[in-house]
Write a protein that binds this ligand. Sequence first.
Ligand code: ASP
Length: 443
Amino acid sequence: MNIKVVKFGGSSLADANQIKKAADIIRSDERRRYVVPSAPGKRFSDDIKITDMLYKCNALAQENRNINETFSAIAHRYNNIIEDLGIDLSLDSELETIRKNITEKAGSEYAASRGEYLNGIIIAALLGYEFIDAASVIVFDEDGTFNNEKTQPKLRKRLKGVSHAVIPGFYGADEKGNVRTFSRGGSDVTGSIIASAVKADVYENWTDVSGFLVADPRIVDSPKSISVITYKELRELSYMGATVLHEDAIFPVRTAGIPINIKNTNKPEDAGTFIVSEVPEDESNKYTITGIAGKKGFAAINIEKAMMNSELGFCRRVLAVLEESGISIEHMPSGIDTLSVIFPYSQIEGREDEVIAKIRKAVAPEHIELESGIALLAVVGRGMRRTRGTAARMFASMAHARINVKMIDQGSSELNVIIGIGESDFDEAIRRIYDMFVNSVEE
Ligand code: ASP
């Protein structure tokens, strides 16, 4: 039988009502056999996530302050969930042990992990699935990095013969038995690891949006959602700021060739977004572009020197200064006698003159200047490779909006075009590109 591993995020499990929706989703498809829950998240926008309350308890304990008030609020939320679900379960003794351990300074990773742990016990009881403590199957090294080589065989062995299980997300343990966590949002990673261990047919990641959108809805009015995206495209878009999934969640399923399906707990009928390794050639996207993302806060150092192109080692000397100054560059567009380097402004802030002086000394340019307030936009799409005129359309739309393009960079994979513009043009540029490639396409 096919297997689906299902991970539910914090907003999908924020209270009994949400948990019931998740349970209905799980029960509606018998392939949904392994469940990875987050801790209860926000029920409304000003609410506090259980994980944040647990971090707070730990911070108080570390300062030898009393945690009882904050901890009672946590206990109260879990007890409310149990009561509203109407299940026969008491977490009293678990809660007491956790309160005691946090007070005795068990540490922030232990404290934070208890959100998932307790939620896992509740969901396992509700579904009648076996509860498997992630500390017994997800292995971390002592330096806190996740160890996949040790985890995979351990998980496979433990899950052999277990047809249905709930395994809490976000944490595991090192070989001394200390609880360790992934970085924030890490339940996504756990889901991916489990999916790879059980060779799932799909890893469903349930959240509060129906997948990825072509552009940021705060900028473009009701953008279309992306039905299929490749891992490579996703990587380009998330690098440029689009977030739905923890970055490390891609690796385990990608190597195992398992697609991820981002789904909406509040609208389970929506297809969501599929993240896959390859898309068959004939299954082309409706639009040339898959998505647009961008980031502000970049700066450029523009360097000019006649005959620079024939000066051996010119680029290397510029790059060496940047490296010594701890500046990591994003792009390096160049002309015959000009060279620009683009990097996040924060990396040079406060040291502008010093870095410029060092470059002057290294390459004696005729002109050098620092330009800040640059935004980078990534227009990403596997469809660009086989479509002509994409760049022309992009720049025509910029020209019509009188947006000055400072830099253009097309990756060799022809999967993305990066353009540099002024920060004040950021929103307008995204809207124009969206209009050109999405709104103008016939439905
Ligand atoms: N609960 C953890 C967090 O808030 C992990 C997760 O939800 O994935 O970051």
